[in-house]
Design a protein around this ligand. Structure first.
Ligand SMILES: Cc1cc2nc3c(=O)[nH]c(=O)nc-3n(C[C@H](O)[C@H](O)[C@H](O)COP(=O)(O)O)c2cc1C
Length: 282
């Protein structure tokens, strides 16, 4: 058996969960490939799916919604289900709650001929390190390690159940959708305002270009005046968390370093360059 996993990850959590899935699938003798949706195209995506018995799609949750880049992947890159109909599993990563997070784009997925075999919500550390959420952010490695250990057990369970033909299906009840809407409706309403709140402090910025290189949607550009945003932001917070000098501002404020370093992924070996589109080669 073979599996292919497509994932989007702003700050490493969904990447980490995808890696753990590959490991747990291996225990069942299933060879898997994980592909960042930033680094794929329709041809490669189609080819890998045709050779697969299992297809996974993973993404982080933003306000009980999925990132725009994942909507684009599903609408424009994911092929319609091939005749052998590989089994499709969905997973979302979240700090605490999404309601129907794994099913939020299920209609669009079904419209492309796919059936959803399994769906899970995985709890991961908070990547919102700005002071607007002071209580829910921790970059304490012990806290993060504990979280990862619990989520790894959950991933193991999810894979074991799927292989045993008893897939987990989380988040598809009406109640889940109803609860999600309480968060999703305001988030969608304010998203155009929220996405405009990223900017760069020209005094602190060293023009290293890292934020431009790692932005998943090409929102940032290095101009003669400094780094400028073009209104495409999806709020993944990669630029804010990974700027080497914390020059990226949210709502006009740079990261308060007295609160410790911002969120740089669940494990030290994570670097956004591993999963980002290779813009600098373009
Ligand atoms: C803009 C934004 C909105 C978020 N909204 C939610 C949410 O509604 N519920 C939740 O539990 N976590 C929420 N989170 C936390 C992330 O979903 C979580 O940290 C996720 O694992 C990040 O994954 P990544 O590192 O792969 O990008 C939000 C994070 C961001 C940046």
């Amino acid at each position: 058996m073979q599996a292919v996993i497509f994932y989007f990850s702003g700050t490493g959590n969904t990447w980490w969960c995808s890696e753990r899935m590959v490991e747990h699938l291996k225990r069942h003798g299933i060879e898997s490939q994980m592909i960042s949706i930033e680094q794929t195209d329709p041809q490669e995506c189609s080819r890998s799916i045709c050779a697969a018995d299992l297809v996974g799609i993973g993404y982080p949750i933003y306000g009980s919604d999925l990132p725009d880049s994942v909507k684009h992947f599903i609408d424009d890159i994911l092929p319609t289900a091939p005749p052998q109909k590989p089994r499709l599993f969905l997973y979302c990563t979240q700090l605490m709650f999404s309601g129907d997070g794994a099913y939020v784009y299920a209609d669009a997925i079904r419209n492309r001929g796919w059936e959803i075999y399994s769906a899970v919500h995985l709890l991961m550390p908070n990547n919102i390190s700005m002071s607007i959420m002071p209580l829910l952010f921790s970059n304490d490695p012990v806290h993060i390690e504990r979280r990862l250990a619990r989520t790894d057990m959950r991933i193991r369970h999810m894979i074991d159940r799927m292989i045993a033909g008893r897939p987990l299906k989380q988040g598809h009840s009406r109640l889940s959708t109803l609860l999600a809407l309480m968060q999703r409706a305001p988030f969608r309403t304010y998203f155009p305002v929220l996405r405009d709140d990223i900017s760069v402090d020209d005094e602190l910025c060293t023009r290293c270009g890292r934020c431009v290189e790692i932005c998943p949607v090409g929102n940032l550009e290095l101009t003669a005046e400094g780094v400028r945003a073009s209104g495409q932001c999806i709020l993944c917070l990669r630029c804010y968390n990974f700027c080497p000098v914390s020059a990226v501002r949210y709502r006009g404020r740079t990261h308060d370093l007295r609160r410790g370093i911002p969120y740089r992924g669940p494990v030290p070996r994570f670097r956004p360059e591993l999963i980002a589109a290779h813009r600098h080669h373009e």
